[in-house]
Ligand binder design. Structure first.
Ligand SMILES: [Fe+2]
Length: 229
Protein backbone atom coordinates (compact mmCIF):
# COMPACT_ATOMS: atom_id res chain seq x y z
CA UNK A 1 0.00 0.00 0.00
CA UNK A 2 1.38 3.42 -0.86
CA UNK A 3 1.81 6.10 1.79
CA UNK A 4 -0.72 8.21 -0.07
CA UNK A 5 -3.34 5.45 -0.03
CA UNK A 6 -2.72 4.72 3.67
CA UNK A 7 -3.16 8.39 4.50
CA UNK A 8 -6.42 8.53 2.53
CA UNK A 9 -7.76 5.47 4.38
CA UNK A 10 -6.82 7.01 7.73
CA UNK A 11 -8.69 10.22 6.83
CA UNK A 12 -11.70 8.17 5.70
CA UNK A 13 -11.73 6.11 8.95
CA UNK A 14 -11.51 9.24 11.07
CA UNK A 15 -14.35 10.87 9.14
CA UNK A 16 -16.53 7.78 9.51
CA UNK A 17 -15.88 7.70 13.24
CA UNK A 18 -16.78 11.37 13.53
CA UNK A 19 -20.01 10.85 11.58
CA UNK A 20 -20.97 7.85 13.70
CA UNK A 21 -20.33 9.54 17.03
CA UNK A 22 -23.40 11.80 17.27
CA UNK A 23 -25.69 8.81 16.66
CA UNK A 24 -23.93 6.84 19.42
CA UNK A 25 -24.21 9.75 21.86
CA UNK A 26 -27.92 10.13 21.09
CA UNK A 27 -28.57 6.41 21.62
CA UNK A 28 -26.80 6.42 24.98
CA UNK A 29 -28.52 9.63 26.02
CA UNK A 30 -32.11 8.47 25.34
CA UNK A 31 -33.69 8.17 28.78
CA UNK A 32 -35.65 4.98 29.40
CA UNK A 33 -37.48 6.07 32.54
CA UNK A 34 -39.60 9.21 32.09
CA UNK A 35 -41.27 11.26 34.84
CA UNK A 36 -45.02 11.46 34.17
CA UNK A 37 -46.53 14.95 34.02
CA UNK A 38 -48.03 16.32 37.24
CA UNK A 39 -51.78 15.58 36.92
CA UNK A 40 -52.82 19.05 38.17
CA UNK A 41 -51.41 22.55 38.61
CA UNK A 42 -48.69 23.22 41.18
CA UNK A 43 -51.21 25.17 43.31
CA UNK A 44 -53.84 22.39 43.37
CA UNK A 45 -52.65 20.85 46.66
CA UNK A 46 -52.49 24.11 48.65
CA UNK A 47 -52.69 24.76 51.57
CA UNK A 48 -51.81 21.23 52.77
CA UNK A 49 -48.92 21.15 50.27
CA UNK A 50 -47.96 24.60 49.06
CA UNK A 51 -46.93 25.66 45.57
CA UNK A 52 -43.24 26.00 46.38
CA UNK A 53 -43.17 22.53 47.94
CA UNK A 54 -44.78 21.03 44.82
CA UNK A 55 -42.37 22.89 42.54
CA UNK A 56 -39.35 21.63 44.46
CA UNK A 57 -40.70 18.17 45.29
CA UNK A 58 -41.97 17.32 41.81
CA UNK A 59 -39.70 19.53 39.73
CA UNK A 60 -36.39 18.91 41.52
CA UNK A 61 -36.50 15.89 43.85
CA UNK A 62 -38.75 13.57 41.86
CA UNK A 63 -37.16 14.62 38.56
CA UNK A 64 -33.67 13.90 39.90
CA UNK A 65 -34.58 10.29 40.72
CA UNK A 66 -35.25 9.61 37.00
CA UNK A 67 -31.98 11.24 35.96
CA UNK A 68 -30.09 9.12 38.49
CA UNK A 69 -31.97 5.90 37.62
CA UNK A 70 -31.36 6.37 33.90
CA UNK A 71 -27.65 6.81 34.57
CA UNK A 72 -27.40 3.80 36.90
CA UNK A 73 -29.55 1.45 34.76
CA UNK A 74 -27.75 2.18 31.49
CA UNK A 75 -26.17 -0.96 30.04
CA UNK A 76 -27.86 -3.22 32.61
CA UNK A 77 -30.87 -5.57 32.36
CA UNK A 78 -32.79 -3.05 34.45
CA UNK A 79 -32.86 -0.69 31.48
CA UNK A 80 -35.19 -3.08 29.60
CA UNK A 81 -37.62 -3.60 32.51
CA UNK A 82 -40.74 -1.74 33.64
CA UNK A 83 -40.24 0.59 36.59
CA UNK A 84 -42.19 -1.64 39.00
CA UNK A 85 -40.19 -4.71 37.93
CA UNK A 86 -36.97 -2.79 38.56
CA UNK A 87 -38.19 -2.03 42.09
CA UNK A 88 -39.22 -5.65 42.71
CA UNK A 89 -35.96 -7.13 41.42
CA UNK A 90 -33.62 -4.60 43.03
CA UNK A 91 -35.41 -5.18 46.36
CA UNK A 92 -34.07 -8.76 46.33
CA UNK A 93 -30.44 -7.88 45.53
CA UNK A 94 -28.60 -6.04 48.31
CA UNK A 95 -25.81 -5.05 45.91
CA UNK A 96 -28.37 -3.11 43.84
CA UNK A 97 -29.55 -0.86 46.68
CA UNK A 98 -28.39 2.20 44.72
CA UNK A 99 -30.74 1.26 41.84
CA UNK A 100 -33.53 0.50 44.32
CA UNK A 101 -33.13 3.90 45.98
CA UNK A 102 -33.70 5.76 42.70
CA UNK A 103 -36.27 3.41 41.10
CA UNK A 104 -38.21 3.16 44.35
CA UNK A 105 -38.40 6.91 44.66
CA UNK A 106 -39.51 7.24 40.99
CA UNK A 107 -42.31 4.73 41.63
CA UNK A 108 -43.21 5.98 45.13
CA UNK A 109 -43.74 9.49 43.82
CA UNK A 110 -45.77 8.33 40.79
CA UNK A 111 -48.17 6.72 43.27
CA UNK A 112 -48.00 9.80 45.50
CA UNK A 113 -48.89 12.51 42.95
CA UNK A 114 -51.52 10.35 41.30
CA UNK A 115 -53.47 9.70 44.52
CA UNK A 116 -54.16 13.44 44.95
CA UNK A 117 -55.94 13.94 41.60
CA UNK A 118 -58.77 16.40 42.32
CA UNK A 119 -62.42 15.48 41.92
CA UNK A 120 -62.48 12.00 43.46
CA UNK A 121 -64.14 10.61 46.56
CA UNK A 122 -63.13 12.21 49.87
CA UNK A 123 -63.67 8.92 51.74
CA UNK A 124 -63.52 5.25 50.79
CA UNK A 125 -66.73 3.59 49.61
CA UNK A 126 -68.01 0.12 48.69
CA UNK A 127 -65.73 -2.89 49.03
CA UNK A 128 -62.71 -0.82 50.07
CA UNK A 129 -64.65 0.91 52.85
CA UNK A 130 -65.93 -2.46 54.09
CA UNK A 131 -62.40 -3.88 54.08
CA UNK A 132 -61.05 -0.84 55.97
CA UNK A 133 -63.80 -1.37 58.54
CA UNK A 134 -63.10 -5.09 58.96
CA UNK A 135 -59.28 -5.04 58.83
CA UNK A 136 -58.41 -1.63 60.30
CA UNK A 137 -61.41 -0.60 62.42
CA UNK A 138 -62.58 2.11 60.05
CA UNK A 139 -61.27 5.24 58.35
CA UNK A 140 -60.63 7.29 61.49
CA UNK A 141 -58.45 4.54 63.00
CA UNK A 142 -56.69 4.06 59.65
CA UNK A 143 -55.78 7.74 59.53
CA UNK A 144 -54.54 7.61 63.13
CA UNK A 145 -52.44 4.56 62.33
CA UNK A 146 -50.93 6.22 59.25
CA UNK A 147 -50.06 9.35 61.22
CA UNK A 148 -48.48 7.24 63.97
CA UNK A 149 -46.59 5.16 61.39
CA UNK A 150 -45.28 8.32 59.72
CA UNK A 151 -43.96 9.48 63.07
CA UNK A 152 -42.11 6.22 63.68
CA UNK A 153 -40.06 6.58 60.48
CA UNK A 154 -36.60 7.62 61.66
CA UNK A 155 -35.13 10.01 59.12
CA UNK A 156 -36.56 9.66 55.61
CA UNK A 157 -39.14 7.17 54.40
CA UNK A 158 -42.80 6.45 53.77
CA UNK A 159 -45.97 5.39 55.59
CA UNK A 160 -48.30 3.13 53.62
CA UNK A 161 -51.74 1.62 53.49
CA UNK A 162 -51.05 -1.72 51.80
CA UNK A 163 -52.84 -4.90 50.79
CA UNK A 164 -50.96 -8.05 51.74
CA UNK A 165 -50.70 -11.14 49.58
CA UNK A 166 -53.57 -12.73 51.54
CA UNK A 167 -55.82 -9.77 50.68
CA UNK A 168 -55.73 -8.17 54.13
CA UNK A 169 -55.14 -4.44 54.55
CA UNK A 170 -52.35 -3.21 56.80
CA UNK A 171 -50.35 -0.11 57.71
CA UNK A 172 -46.60 -0.30 57.23
CA UNK A 173 -43.53 1.87 56.67
CA UNK A 174 -40.54 1.70 54.37
CA UNK A 175 -37.14 3.35 54.86
CA UNK A 176 -35.58 5.67 52.31
CA UNK A 177 -36.85 4.93 48.81
CA UNK A 178 -38.04 1.36 49.36
CA UNK A 179 -41.55 0.36 48.26
CA UNK A 180 -43.87 -2.31 49.74
CA UNK A 181 -43.86 -4.23 46.41
CA UNK A 182 -40.36 -5.31 47.42
CA UNK A 183 -41.98 -7.23 50.30
CA UNK A 184 -44.81 -8.71 48.21
CA UNK A 185 -47.41 -6.11 49.22
CA UNK A 186 -49.58 -3.88 47.03
CA UNK A 187 -49.27 -0.18 47.93
CA UNK A 188 -52.71 1.48 48.07
CA UNK A 189 -51.81 4.86 49.58
CA UNK A 190 -48.34 6.25 50.22
CA UNK A 191 -47.45 9.18 52.48
CA UNK A 192 -44.03 10.69 51.90
CA UNK A 193 -42.46 11.66 55.20
CA UNK A 194 -39.13 12.85 53.81
CA UNK A 195 -38.61 16.41 55.06
CA UNK A 196 -38.73 17.69 51.45
CA UNK A 197 -42.44 16.74 51.44
CA UNK A 198 -43.49 19.05 54.26
CA UNK A 199 -40.79 21.23 55.75
CA UNK A 200 -41.62 24.46 53.90
CA UNK A 201 -45.29 24.18 54.94
CA UNK A 202 -45.16 22.50 58.35
CA UNK A 203 -41.50 22.74 59.46
CA UNK A 204 -40.97 19.98 62.06
CA UNK A 205 -44.70 19.20 62.48
CA UNK A 206 -44.70 15.99 60.44
CA UNK A 207 -47.86 14.57 62.03
CA UNK A 208 -49.82 17.76 61.22
CA UNK A 209 -48.72 17.48 57.60
CA UNK A 210 -49.76 13.82 57.34
CA UNK A 211 -53.14 14.63 58.91
CA UNK A 212 -53.71 17.52 56.47
CA UNK A 213 -52.85 15.28 53.51
CA UNK A 214 -55.18 12.54 54.70
CA UNK A 215 -58.04 14.91 55.53
CA UNK A 216 -57.92 17.17 52.46
CA UNK A 217 -55.98 15.64 49.55
CA UNK A 218 -56.50 11.90 49.18
CA UNK A 219 -58.62 10.84 46.21
CA UNK A 220 -60.11 7.58 47.47
CA UNK A 221 -61.24 6.61 43.95
CA UNK A 222 -57.56 6.28 43.02
CA UNK A 223 -56.87 4.25 46.17
CA UNK A 224 -59.86 2.00 45.38
CA UNK A 225 -58.53 1.38 41.86
CA UNK A 226 -55.33 -0.06 43.39
CA UNK A 227 -57.30 -2.32 45.72
CA UNK A 228 -58.24 -5.90 44.77
CA UNK A 229 -61.65 -6.80 46.24
FE1 LIG B 1 -40.57 12.88 48.15
Amino acid sequence: MTIHRRAMLAVFAASAATLAMPRLVRAQGTPKFIQPPLPYSDTALSPAIGQQTVQLHYGKHHAAYYANLNRLAQGKDYNDMSLIDVVKKASTIPADQAILNQAGQCYNHELYWDQFKPGGARAPAGALAAKIDSDLEGLAKTKEALIAAGNTVFGSGWAWLVQNGDGKLAITTTPGGNNPVGRGMTPLLGIDVWEHAYYLDFQNRRADHVKAVLDTLVNWDVVAARFKA
